[in-house]
Design a binder for this molecule. Structure first.
Ligand code: DQA
Length: 147
């Protein structure tokens, strides 16, 4: 059974309420329920963490070194700022998929650069809550291939 850490970065606790024209009306709880249902179908288990604090996200990544097979992450705004988050993902060397609800490349130029993408297997952006489902599917497929 594959074990995946799902990490949601800052402000994602406000989903459903926050800028719905950009991020949609689906709440974080609803996304998590859908992720858990998909994981069940695929015979995988998830540990899900949301934090508004960079250090707490880094601690969760360090912890995953002990138990996780892979990481699904929406780093929120830390995508564009955090070398520390990228270094943590690089340090644990587990397959990682980066997801974004919005298509960051259609938005402000400061969102066009990600510190995370170079240490990720791949990135899914622009499909709203479905970005998470697509990302988890891709990660579980990659883990299955790896054996
Ligand atoms: C986001 C995109 C980021 O630029 C932004 O700071 C977020 C959410 C997304 O899911 O579209 O907080 O990661």
């Amino acid at each position: 059974m594959k074990r995946v850490l799902v990490l949601h970065g800052p402000n994602l606790n406000l989903l459903g309420w926050r800028e719905p024209e950009v991020y949609g009306h689906t709440t974080l709880d609803e996304i998590n329920q859908r992720l858990r249902a998909l994981a069940d179908q695929r015979g995988a288990t998830l540990r899900i963490v949301q934090s508004n604090h960079e250090g707490a996200l880094i601690d969760a990544i360090h912890d995953a070194r002990e138990w996780a097979d892979g990481v699904l992450i929406n780093p929120g705004a830390y995508t564009h700022t955090s070398i520390a988050l990228r270094d943590a993902l690089s340090a644990i060397a587990k397959p990682c998929v980066e997801v974004h609800l919005s298509n960051v490349y259609r938005r402000e130029p400061f969102r066009h650069h990600s510190f995370i993408t170079p240490v990720a297997l791949g990135i899914v952006a622009g499909f709203g809550w479905r970005s998470y489902m697509l990302g988890l599917t891709a990660l579980l497929d990659a883990l299955a291939e790896q054996g």
